[in-house]
Structure formats: C-alpha cells, structure tokens
Design a protein around this ligand. Structure first.
Ligand code: HEM
Length: 451
C-alpha cells in the first residue's frame, strides 16, 4: 500500500501540470473563502513535503487542495494531525483505491500479517537475522579500514539481508540464491522482476523435497495460512506476493535511509558523535560487539535516533487516508472521499512544536515524553492510529542495533580534504526521502581500545 500511494503521488505530478489549480483555503467561513494560488510549486520536483510546507506557512496548517474532482486536505501541525489520526481516526482509516484487494477479506488477512509477522515476539525471534547481517557488515568494514567506503551500498546490503532473511528464511543470501536475479529494490523494473522473484521463492518453499526449517520464516507462515482450510478467509498465492512486496519495500528503504541520515548528522556534528560513542563504549566495556540486549541501556543513542527521525522522516508525507464519513476538524467540515495527507516532515520542523527546529540536538528528548510510538503527535515518523507502520518495532530495533555496532567498533572520518560543512544533506524523493548523493566515509578501527 505504501508503495502504490507514492506512485500515485508521482502520477499526480504530471496531472498537476495540465490542470488549472485552485487552492481552497479553509478559514473561518467554512471552506468558502477561495484563494487562488498557483500550485506549480507543489508539482515541481519530487520534494513535495518542502513545497507543501512553504504553502502551509503562507496559508494555514490545514489546507484544502482541489485537484479536479478529488479534494485533498493537507495537514501540517501536530495539533491537527492529532485530530485526524487520533480523534477521528475511525472516520478516515481507509486508503484511497489501491491495487490491493479492497475487501473485508483482505483487511482480515492484513491484520494477520501485521500481528504475526511484525509482533515484538517475531522481532525478537528474528534477532539472528539482524546479528548475522551486522556481523557481515563489521567484517566488510574491517576489511576496508582507513579506506573510503560507500556507506549507502553497505547499509542497503545489510538491511536487504535482514529483511530478506525475515521474509524468505536463512536460504536468502546463500549460494542457492546466488545465481538468481535479485531485483534491486531501487531499480525501475522492480515490480515485474519482483513478481518472478517471489514466485521462485514460493516454489522453493512449496517444494516437498525442502528440509523442514529449524525456524519458520514469513513465507512458511503464509503458506501455512494458505493450506489451513479452517480460516475464515482464503489466502491466495497473489496475496502472499503482495504482502511480501509490502514488507520488502516498506522495510528496506525506510530503515536504510534512516541509518544513513543518522550517520550523516553524526559526522556533521562531532560533539554529538563523541558523546554517543562515549556512551556506547562506557556502557558496553570491552566486548567483541554490542549485543541486542545492550541496546536498551543506550539512552543517548535512542535520543540520536529520535532526532534523526524528526529531521529526516523517511516517509515525509504519510500515504493518503480517505474520509469515509463527514466529520469536523475544528470548525471545518471534511467531506466523505476527501483525501488527507499529513506532512510529517513539516511537523518535525514546526517552530511551534520545537525550539531551534533545524538544529540536530538529541538532548531535546532528554526527560521528554515525545516518542515515535506515541502518544505525542510532534514525531510521526511511523505514522499513527490504525494505519501506523506495522514494522515499527522491527525498524527501530534494526536502526538502533546497527548504529550501536558501527559506532562502538569504528571511528569515522571524512574523505581527505573534505570539511564537515561540505557534506551534502540534499534530499531526493522517491520511495523514501533519501540522501541525494551517497555517503562516503572512512572507517578507522577502535579495536585496540577494546582489547
Ligand atoms: C525506519 C523504519 C520504518 C519507518 C520510518 C516506516 C514508516 C512507515 C510509515 C510512515 C508508514 C505509513 C503509516 C501511516 O500511514 O500512518 C508505514 C507503513 C508500512 N510499513 Fe513501515 N516503516 C519502517 C519500517 C518498516 C519495516 C521494517 C516493515 C516490514 C518489515 C514495514 C512495513 C510497513 C507496511 C507493510 C506498511 C503499510 C501498512 C498499511 O498500509 O496498513 N515498515 N511505514
């Protein structure tokens, strides 16, 4: 669902160029006052979160955009986001038409998907995937000591490995998969390739000659559902593919993007880098690596991660919700079929919610109850309400655990002659709001301090 909604936004871009725009600004006179504004800015480029933020500064933190027959409400403040995502969540907890089957049957299956795959129990039981992939990352960085490393490549490989193993089992990344064309998640032909790829995975799992795995992966679980006739719903092969696709795209791009933004901010802010490394090293002492159970003790690291989510939410605008019934937000009427977009990026930088909003300052979370798990609506990196990201625990755990190890075992330096202020923080839209250019850094071993 996540994927389609973003593609839908892509399509809007071209439509936007062709139609005449009108911005209906929702003010006291209940949807009546019309302010004409060229929405060329919204259509331009792929950084709509920035264009929409500019519009909201000029007009209001709730705006109605009339695009042809589809009214669209843009929300840019925590207070209004809370009304939409909490108080009226039930009235708009559906998505606009999507290629996913839109039926009770699909919703029922989706619930199972969420509770089974992404429960805390599963997140923990898949710790082995995370640890194996972080071990591989450490080995690969140790082989590149004092050399320039393209961190984008390393981090995408790591997250792809973790989520691939969770979804497809230990077979993923092994020799059996080596000769298969694995579709690069960022590639253009992704959709088509992915279908063939998923079919191959399903066939392998359905093969009677396959030995019983010691740990059931997600495909095993879905196949069990497919075969279980006592279910009130039927799970088809196609449904299994759609759910795997969601898990892959939803999981890989967002998680890796966050790790890269965190490293970018840390290298730009040596004070924070030193402080977080000191915390990890004091807390862990002398060990071969940080273990999963250690992470809960790393309070400052968790603040660094929150601060990264605030400034760089990988999903800067939540996928659209659609109003099912009429409801009121403040004094404004939201009519059925209105699409609602929440600009998470703008809320994270709203000066009414944050002091010095553009500064990377993790201490702002010290003693604060603000968390991406809720109940606060200033930090919405995983969304909120009934549509909140089902991968929240897995995503946050993967980000924290990976960063903890990268910062414990290595010092990080800039390429020769590069100054901190030269590090580009330019964004690029797409499936997630990523760095525009790869992050190149030099890992230096910290082992001598640990022995
Ligand atoms: C840093 C990590 C992640 C971030 C920031 C993130 C963020 C989000 C956001 C903002 C949404 C939309 C929520 C809403 O509309 O309120 C979403 C949906 C979703 N995410 Fe994540 N996500 C992350 C990791 C993951 C992981 C690891 C998985 C799965 C393995 C995952 C699977 C999904 C799925 C399937 C949906 C669609 C849910 C639906 O439509 O009901 N995400 N995610």
């Amino acid at each position: 669902m996540l994927v389609f909604d973003f593609l839908q936004l892509e399509c809007l871009r071209s439509i936007l160029f062709l139609i005449v725009f009108t911005l209906l600004l929702m003010k006291e006179e209940k949807n009546k006052r019309i302010v004409e504004a060229s929405l060329y800015a919204v259509a331009k480029g792929n950084l709509r979160h920035r264009s929409l933020e500019n519009l909201s500064k000029k007009y209001d933190s709730i705006m109605l955009l009339q695009l042809g027959s589809a009214p669209m409400v843009i929300v840019s403040s925590a207070k209004i986001a809370q009304q939409v995502l909490k108080i009226h969540d039930l009235y708009c907890c559906t998505r606009p038409a999507s290629p996913r089957p839109n039926s009770d049957h699909w919703k029922e299956m989706h619930k199972v998907f969420i509770s089974e795959l992404l429960s805390m129990k599963r997140v923990q039981s898949f710790a082995y995937a995370r640890e194996t992939e972080v071990d591989k990352l450490i080995t690969s960085l140790s082989q590149a000591l004092s050399k320039l490393v393209n961190l984008n490549e390393k981090i995408f490989a790591l997250v792809d490995g973790i989520i691939g193993t969770v979804a497809f089992g230990k077979i993923y990344g092994t020799d059996q998969f080596k000769d298969q064309v694995f579709p690069n998640v960022l590639g253009e032909a992704m959709n088509m390739l992915f279908d063939g790829y998923l079919q191959m995975v399903l066939d392998q799992h359905l093969d009677h000659a396959r030995p019983k795995p010691e740990q059931e992966d997600f495909v095993d679980f879905l196949i069990r559902l497919m075969k279980d006739e006592s279910n009130s719903f039927k799970v088809s092969e196609n449904c299994v593919k759609v759910m795997l696709f969601d898990a892959f795209i939803g999981g890989i791009v967002t998680t890796s993007t966050t790790i890269l933004w965190a490293m970018s901010e840390l290298i730009k802010n040596p004070r924070v880098m030193n402080k977080v490394q000191a915390e990890i090293r004091n807390c862990i002492g002398k060990k071969a690596k940080v273990e999963g159970k250690d992470v809960s003790k790393l309070k400052y690291l968790k603040m660094v991660v929150k601060e990264t989510f605030r400034l760089h939410p990988p999903v800067p605008i939540l996928p659209p919700r659609e109003a099912m019934w009429e409801f009121k937000v403040g004094e404004f009427d939201i009519l059925p079929k209105t699409r609602i977009l929440v600009n998470v990026w703008a809320i994270g930088r709203d000066p009414n919610g944050w002091e010095n909003p553009n500064e990377f300052y993790p201490e702002r979370f010290d003693g604060s109850r603000i968390d991406f798990r809720g109940p606060d609506f200033n930090l919405l990196s995983f969304g909120a309400g009934r549509q909140i990201c089902p991968g929240l625990d897995m995503g946050a755990t993967n980000v924290e655990f990976t960063l903890a190890n990268m910062l414990y075992l290595f010092h990080w330096e800039l390429p020769n002659d590069m100054k901190r202020e030269d590090i580009s923080m330019e964004e690029e839209g797409g499936l997630a709001c990523q760095r525009r250019t790869p992050l190149w850094l030099v890992p230096i071993s910290n082992r001598s301090q640990l022995e």
